[in-house]
Design a protein around this ligand. Structure first.
Ligand code: NAP
Length: 520
């Protein structure tokens, strides 16, 4: 089979219009294609590029590091490169205002969060374009993330006033029991590049609602969105020091003094399992409270009795949301043998017709570039490995080449069990398909992974749906749905996907400690 597919044919390389859409100084070009009311230059100029510690401040020593546009490889701008001393300055600022922030009436805290929600929503196009520029995703994906990310401020503005305790008489008759919830204290959040806004707001919203202060260390690939958010929070009335953003190219060195400082009370991390394990180890010394949102390897299980067209639609979402660079992305498709070929051929057709690879700022683009060259190499290697051990390439499978880090929508069928792609998180637009015979075999195959973030199941049989959902070893299950993320629901994993929950009524608990007051 030819490696040249429709996904490649529809690839629009960066500069397809004879210009680089991401280049600075080209007012309204690129973004104008997408009908935006804001230009790339305006957006980039509105972002503070210094650290945010009670306002914009340069890094000690004045160091900076570059932020690249994944669609072109070009440098978008330089941001301050925090030192360990800067991190301690941010903690000093957080500690200085912690008591005052915790003492603010929860209604007032909630109202500031609500204002931030409104401000992000009002400036949605700016945030969307900024994320597309620094992360690469197609603009519609960025717009969806703005809505999703902003919602954590609205949801937790409402939750702020619903932190309840308990009061009861001791059954023994010896006294009264009062249970009281208090903010944990200063927190450190470390976030990944794949959702530059939402992975921050999912932590900032509940922390601030609970009365905690927070320092955010965003991914070095995508620091701009968090810096813009910090500025906007300040404009919305958030007191100085409550939220700091320290951007750095040396994440380990910069966060170490914070993990060693007894004034820090909580670490919340979203990122790879490998880094999460290191951070748990490092935080053991201070017995820091931790939440870990780690990697995934989501199975997408389709039974013979499923609505196959709906399953294909769900598969498109579960695979291609965020260009496949999502911890919730379906990583393996387990399809019952009776519908294996029907599902595979319809999925190939839907991907071939429905995906246009190109720069995220182009209005025709539905699939943007990968984040960087390393990620492009990883995705390419996983596909090559699968083909080498016998998988059949049904679509895509070959990077079109630069500029930018593009990889086409790709489908592999008959993937043998030894293929690395079935065990490792691919983090790209690649769908490996495997058949199974019985329900037990399907569940066992889905659970055959160290990870346990999310699973997807397609079946028309309600009994089976519940039975399978209960049997799947993951923190979340989507039944006949390809997207499950919802700020009102508890998001999180089991096994090597981590612990802790974000969103829902559970999300704020991560930032609260329980105090028992004994009364006579
Ligand atoms: P990553 O390499 O683990 O990095 C995540 C964050 O940790 C970044 O800010 C990174 O900084 C920082 N970091 C790296 N090494 C560190 C160290 N030694 N000490 C302190 N901080 C350190 O992950 P990623 O590549 O950005 O993101 C992709 C991963 O995140 C995937 O595995 C994905 O599944 C996972 N993820 C999970 C969820 C979830 O909710 N479960 C959500 C989204 C993503 P630098 O950028 O400077 O390296």
């Amino acid at each position: 089979m030819s490696l040249l597919t429709s996904a490649e044919v529809t690839h629009r390389p960066t500069g397809a219009h004879g210009k680089h859409p991401g280049r600075l100084g080209e007012s309204r070009r690129g973004s104008a294609y997408a009908g935006l009311m804001v230009s790339e230059r305006e957006v980039l100029e509105s972002v503070p590029t210094q650290l945010w510690i009670g306002g914009p401040v340069p890094a000690t020593g004045g160091g900076t590091f570059p932020v690249h546009n994944p669609a072109t490889g070009e440098v978008l701008t330089q941001v301050a490169d925090a030192t360990p001393e800067d991190a301690v300055r941010a903690l000093d600022a957080a500690v200085a205002v912690q008591a005052e922030w915790a003492a603010r009436p929860s209604r007032e805290r909630g109202e500031i969060l609500r204002t931030v929600f409104e401000q992000i929503t009002a400036r949605a196009e700016e945030f969307a374009l900024l994320m597309t520029l620094e992360m690469g995703k197609a603009l519609p994906e960025s717009r969806n993330e703005v809505k999703y990310g902003a919602e954590f401020f609205r949801w937790f503005s409402e939750e702020a006033v619903r932190v309840h305790g308990r009061y009861l008489h001791a059954p023994s008759g010896t006294g009264r029991i009062m249970v009281h919830k208090q903010p944990v204290g200063p927190c450190l959040a470390i976030t990944p590049w794949n959702f530059p806004l939402a992975m921050g707001t999912r932590k900032i919203g509940p922390a601030l609602a609970a009365g905690c202060t927070m320092i955010v260390k965003p991914a070095s690939a995508t620091p701009l969105t968090m810096l813009l958010l910090a500025k906007l929070c300040s404009e919305a009335g958030l007191p100085d020091g409550v939220l700091s953003v320290i951007t750095s190219s040396r994440s380990g060195a910069v966060t170490q003094p914070l993990l060693d400082d007894p004034r820090l009370r909580k670490l919340t991390f979203t990122g790879s399992t490998e880094v999460g394990k290191k951070l748990v180890e490092k935080s053991a010394n201070g017995l820091l409270r931790t939440s870990m949102e780690l990697g995934g390897n989501a199975p997408f299980v389709v039974f013979d009795d499923a609505d196959i067209d709906a399953a294909v639609q769900g598969a498109m979402l579960a695979k291609l949301r965020n260009g496949g660079e999502a911890c919730t992305a379906a990583n393996r498709f387990h399809v019952q043998n009776g519908v294996l070929e029907e599902f595979t051929s319809k999925f190939v057709e839907a991907m071939a017709e429905g995906v246009t690879l190109g720069p995220g700022t182009d209005p025709n683009t539905t699939l943007g570039p990968l984040i960087n060259e390393e990620q492009l190499d990883t995705v390419s290697e996983l596909v090559e490995d699968a083909v080498a051990v016998g998988a059949k390439l049904r679509l895509g499978g070959k990077a079109p080449g630069g500029p930018g880090w593009f990889y086409p929508a790709t489908i592999l069928s008959e993937v043998p069990p030894q293929a690395r792609i079935l065990r490792e998180e691919v983090f790209g637009p690649v769908a490996p398909i495997v058949g199974f015979a019985t329900e037990e075999e399907g569940i066992a195959a889905a659970n055959d992974t160290e990870f346990g973030l999310v699973s997807y199941v397609y079946t028309r049989d309600l009994d089976r749906a519940l039975r399978v959902a209960e049997g799947l070893e993951s923190g979340m299950v989507g039944v006949n749905r390809g997207v499950i993320s919802d700020p009102a629901a508890p998001f999180g994993g089991v096994k090597a996907s981590g612990f802790g929950r974000e969103g829902g009524t559970e999300g704020i608990e991560e930032y609260l400690s329980t105090k028992y007051i004994a009364l006579s």
